[in-house]
Design a protein around this ligand. Structure first.
Ligand code: ADP
Ligand code: ZN
Ligand code: ZN
Length: 758
């Protein structure tokens, strides 16, 4: 084979052909990384896709410079997945490559940034490896007791006594420097003093970063309740006919227990398991639970881990002793699996499975289904509030459906009471964002030593500030949105591009000093609670307080252990977390969710409200939920109150059918962005015309989205609604052609055109 087609880590379509010099012949295999030249002086690590002897026409072929892997880093099934994704999501293959590999494996210019981790260790120098010497040292150190005790600790940890007696340095146990300093309660200065005296020396040792705590896999499973056992049996039965089964189980029904039994079952058959979660936020509680059963057979993979750690997990999965279970967020669908047998997608309805930016704009759940399909594995989707797409697939018989509508230990579902904000406001019964009903419930809960969760889907102090006199509102200079006021930082921030500005003392427009804050973000709600309940211990969980993993875990731990009475948060608090002492949940403003300009807004609002309601009253006692809204009569509000997912589904499906939306129709958004609005309008207009010629009535737009400019780029959107019978391959081809046509035009050179599928 003289040529190899490679994928470059660049947002470019297709593959590139290079020739294999004789010196590298035999070393290039599909799935290996190769260093290749590109352009005049760039070098990239590319992925070898296919070897062949077809001499490319019309272009000068460059040579592969180096082969970086002795054996493939990617299995054939992974390369196939990449190609499927590029095709299905209408994005460059190179973008899939960029998303799939941890950055340590794909750096440019041969700078493979992955380095083995070096950990400093400590040992006695050769000179001092002698009993008599040691005795002298301690005499010398009489006036440096801290150094003496550090050395003493070292001798103890290294089991030096035996080694010295037998005069055999091999018997010294290796001691990690950090661990020594920690156990000796000492510091680097003291340590360095001993090094300077030539007694101790430091050396580096290469280790990996994976968790080697000896956690035995005790494989002790909880006994399932009769309802859970029945669900488990039904899932197995449904898998006989369907590759994909949905477990529709109410909150706290013990879905996780059922998953654990299914994982156990897969391991017994020597199969691997991929357990997908929508967000990092959920991993901690779950991983602890799974580790108790499966120990070190379980690995965790997510983007908050360092690239080195992710590289090591990747390599472990290719080795002869891979993890049997991987728990991770959407990016873990890219990991190599050698014998995958089961994929679990927990909280399958969650929108965070969807990657927004950059390309590939994919849905983790759907890619997981492809991964399972390719491996011949079974998939279980689980949730209390299924996505319309998934439920539709159950109704049409594509997926199996298993229901678990009994909570574990028959705890009753929470009682949800709707309170009309408009009415309370009229009667002047509101205190800030709280209705009198909610305050009373909170008060009662606090007096009983129970906990409260308050859900408000807006972070920051106030969504905006406004001049009382002239109505001036601060806006982001780069995006078409107003700035959110963050009081603690005393600044205004754009939630789309991160632009910040200081808060003016006077209105820059009319110089008036009366600047008001409008609306309630989580930060302001926290302040309000402190005013109303000064004794209560309050915590806030949103993007601003959980930037670090520790921040998040701390908040969660405090709440679990009852150190916090009231937890305020954005949709983070709606996630499948399991708390014991929560008796009251307040949904502060349902309308902000219901009024979003998105055809899925009711579906998502239902999901969020049902999920957060599910946090109330999990053990022993029925919980109370106060749902505050200005539109109490809206059917979706009633559906939440009645825990009636099926009614929501029926309503929404009718609407989607009427307006040609998923799951009945396929939706492809065409986005166009440009720095100049006039140019963009021209492009959008021409694009719509061209697409109409091909797709006719299926084309809507161009439209100006609600946020018409982000990061200084204007945005236009064209929507394509395709009936299920249509030839999707053809549709995708035509869209790609249109994209290529316009990108090739000089006047639109600076434009961005991309697609969002489904
Ligand atoms: P879900 O995932 O459906 O919300 P979980 O699996 O988190 O529900 O279960 C809720 C709580 O009930 C958890 O604390 C869990 O430990 C407990 N639980 C559920 N099923 C069992 C069981 N079979 N044995 C013991 N505890 C269980
Ligand atoms: Zn003003
Ligand atoms: Zn901005």
């Amino acid at each position: 084979m003289r040529y190899v087609d490679v994928i470059l880590p660049l947002p470019l379509d297709g593959t590139f052909t290079y020739s294999i010099p004789p010196s590298l012949a035999g070393r290039v295999q599909p799935g290996c990384r190769l260093t290749v030249p590109f352009g005049t002086k760039k070098r990239y690590s590319a992925i070898a896709l296919r070897l062949h002897d077809e001499t490319p026409v019309n272009c000068q072929v460059k040579e592969v410079i180096e082969v970086l892997d002795e054996s493939p880093l990617l299995l054939p099934s992974q390369l196939q997945l990449w190609q499927w994704m590029a095709d299905y999501y209408l994005c460059p293959l190179g973008s899939v490559y960029k998303a799939a590999l941890p950055s340590g494996l794909k750096e440019e210019d041969e700078q493979i940034s992955y380095k083995p981790k070096l950990v400093p260790y400590v040992r006695l120098t050769e000179t001092y490896f002698e009993e008599a010497q040691i005795i002298n040292v301690f005499l010398d150190l009489k006036r440096a007791p801290k150094q003496a005790s550090l050395l003493m600790k070292y001798l103890e940890m290294s089991k030096a006594a035996a080694a010295l007696t037998l005069k055999n340095p091999q018997l010294l146990v290796e001691v990690e420097k950090q661990e020594l300093l920690r156990q000796a309660d000492s510091n680097t200065t003291l340590f360095n003093a001993l090094v300077e005296k030539g007694i101790l020396e430091q050396y580096d040792k290469q280790t990996d970063r994976l968790d080697h705590d000896e956690i035995p896999a005790d494989m002790v499973l909880h006994l399932l309740s009769p309802a859970q056992q029945l669900a488990l049996d039904k899932i197995n039965a449904q898998w006989q006919e369907h590759n994909v089964v949905l477990l529709h189980g109410v909150t706290s029904s013990g879905k996780t227990e059922v998953y654990i039994h299914l994982i156990h079952q897969a391991l017994e058959q020597n199969k691997q398991v991929l357990y997908l979660l929508p967000e990092i936020v959920l991993t901690t509680q779950l991983v602890n639970r799974l580790k108790r059963v499966f120990g070190n057979r379980l690995g965790v993979y997510h983007s908050k881990y360092s690239t080195e750690m992710r590289v090591e997990i990747w390599q472990k999965q290719l080795s002869t002793s891979p993890y049997d279970i991987i728990v991770g967020v959407r990016s873990s669908v890219f990991l190599p699996f050698q014998h995958l047998g089961l994929v679990i997608v927990d909280e399958e309805h969650e929108t965070s499975f969807k990657q927004q930016d950059p390309a590939p704009r994919y849905h983790g759940r759907n890619v997981a289904l492809m991964v399972a399909h390719a491996a011949g594995a079974k998939t279980l989707l689980g949730t209390a509030t299924p996505s319309l797409e998934t439920y539709y697939n159950c109704q049409t018989g594509k997926y199996g459906l298993v229901e678990l509508f009994e909570r574990y230990q028959q705890v009753t579902l929470p009682d949800i009471q709707v309170v009309n904000i408009a009415e309370e406001r009229r009667k002047k019964m509101m205190t800030g964002p709280f209705t009198s009903v909610l305050l009373q419930e909170m008060n009662e809960a606090l007096q009983n030593g129970e906990q409260v969760i308050l859900f408000q889907n807006r972070r920051g102090y106030a969504p905006t500030i406004e001049c009382h006199t002239c109505g001036w509102v601060p806006r982001c200079p780069h995006c078409d949105v107003s700035l959110t006021f963050h009081k603690r930082l005393n600044q205004m921030t754009c939630h789309y591009c991160g632009y910040t500005d200081s808060v003016p003392c006077r209105c820059p427009n009319c110089e008036d000093e009366k600047i008001e804050t409008i609306g309630f973000g989580t930060e302001r709600i926290e302040d309000q609670i402190r005013e109303v309940f000064p004794q209560a211990r309050v915590a806030r969980m949103d993007l601003d307080t959980t930037r670090s993993r520790q921040g998040y875990e701390q908040i969660l731990r405090d709440f679990e252990q009852g150190q916090t009475d009231i937890l305020v948060g954005t949709q983070m608090v709606t996630k499948g977390l399991d708390f014991d002492r929560v008796s009251v949940v307040g949904i502060l403003n349902a309308d902000t969710m219901l009024n979003l300009p998105d055809f899925r807004s009711y579906e998502h609002a239902f999901q969020m409200m049902a999920q957060v309601a599910g946090r109330a009253g999990r053990r022993g006692k029925q919980g109370r939920v106060i749902l505050q809204t200005k539109t109490p009569d809206l059917p979706v509000v009633q559906q939440v109150v009645n825990h009636d997912y099926k009614a929501l589904y029926a309503d929404q499906l009718t609407e989607r059918r009427m307006f040609h939306y998923p799951p009945l129709y396929r939706l492809i958004n065409v986005y166009m962005k440009h720095r100049y609005e006039a140019t963009l309008n021209g492009l959008a207009y021409e694009m719509a015309n061209l697409l109409r010629k091909v797709f006719g009535e299926r084309v809507l737009g161009p439209d100006t989205p609600p946020i018409a400019r982000i990061q200084s780029l204007y945005i236009r959107k064209i929507v394509l609604k395709v009936e299920p019978e249509a030839n999707l391959k053809e549709v995708r081809n035509r869209l790609r052609q249109a994209q290529q046509y316009f990108m090739a035009l000089d006047k639109y050179k600076a434009a961005q055109i991309y697609f969002e599928v489904d």
